[in-house]
Design a protein around this ligand. Sequence first.
Ligand code: IMP
Length: 437
Amino acid sequence: MPLQIIVGTQWGDEGKGRVVDWFARRAGIVARYNGGDNAGHTVTVGRQTFKLHLIPSGAIHPHPQVVLGSGMVINPLTLLSELETLRQAGIDLGPERLRISHAAHLITPAHRALDQAQERSRGKGLIGTTGRGIGPAYTDKTSRHGLRVENLLYPDFTEQVVRHIEEVNRQLERLYDAEPLNTSTVAEEFSQAACQLRPFVAEVSGLLAAALAEGKEVVAEGAQGTLLDLDHGTYPFVTSSTTTAPGALAGLGLGIRPVERVTGVTKAFQTRVGSGPFPTEVFGEAAERLRGTGANPWDEFGTTTGRARRVGWLDGVLLRYAVRLNGLTDLVLTKLDILTGLPVLRLCTAYRADAGPLPDMPWQDLPLGPADLAPFQPVYEELPGWQDDLGTVRRWEDLPSQAAAFIRRIEELAGVPVQLVSVGPERDQIVERKHDL
Ligand code: IMP
């Protein structure tokens, strides 16, 4: 019963999209388990670049069935427009191929308005959310008056949306001094569009269990990354879902038994959008070199918001934390090619606290998790860089020796093997490292 969970080990944007696309080659089902259209997953196939927000990246292949799990929050308007964009690109995801969990929650225009009003009210303490309504939709879910996907099937769905918008309007006006939405217009337009999704609604937990029992491979795709996890990330500068591997089980309705492999996707350096701690962050010229100028689609600018990402050196302390938290079996290292030409590479191997280096015991690296990293400074190790272009490398033996040494050092720090290395944005720009897993 082979379930592979694919999770980001950093603050999202690790390149999970192309990694899921790689593993989906042999999958029977690809399933997204958390988040909403705050995510932006990019897959490049030949001259086509797909930017996906809700649909799992493996859907670009013609064969796997596609599942949106109960751990997600789904804006029907974004989903419909994503389906249309895919259709125009020749990928038709009808109800026989795409199944949406009845228990996933809906994001409405009111959730988006509330998210944006809440951000404005945070002033300097703003989280830097994507403004897509993610937090308010998950808040409604946990306070048990959210709108679930199954509500689309009820005859009084429009009235439910009206009540929801009226409730949010009260908050917008009274708490945030913000403009209310036009209840009847928004409710009518939203409900009409959303009801187009009725044929896709399904009980996906049973469907996944049956597929696994038949021996089909299921690839579970996480959105965002470990350090944005609601419980275990850099709280409060996190998203509102369980981004880590256990979220795949709750967010798809599966037990622990089928899990065969948990793959962590790690960028060869570190990036983050939005506010929050980032011990290895760099600024100025060094930052511009890692970020790029925005001229290329793979430069470090948000897929969803277009914001310039903060950038820095790979943080081995946070990587070890991600390995432990997710129970990772292996890693995929992305964007190694971006480091080409840098004379010296830095890797953070430990943190130094005001009281001196912390004892070399992994579970003491972060005494209280990553929420408050202000007391720590990174301790760096320097490694020699390489000059050769990596774009055409396909075999481990053809990597420059400095690049291979860099990867081996990451494996030592993480304590798990690197299985794949990406050396460019194209589907085939991947180097496989043969380990027996
Ligand atoms: P929210 O998920 O829109 O509420 O945003 C909360 C935090 O998570 C903000 O710092 C966002 O920039 C960040 N975030 C949300 N989704 C992603 C993503 O897909 N990639 C990177 N950062 C994200």
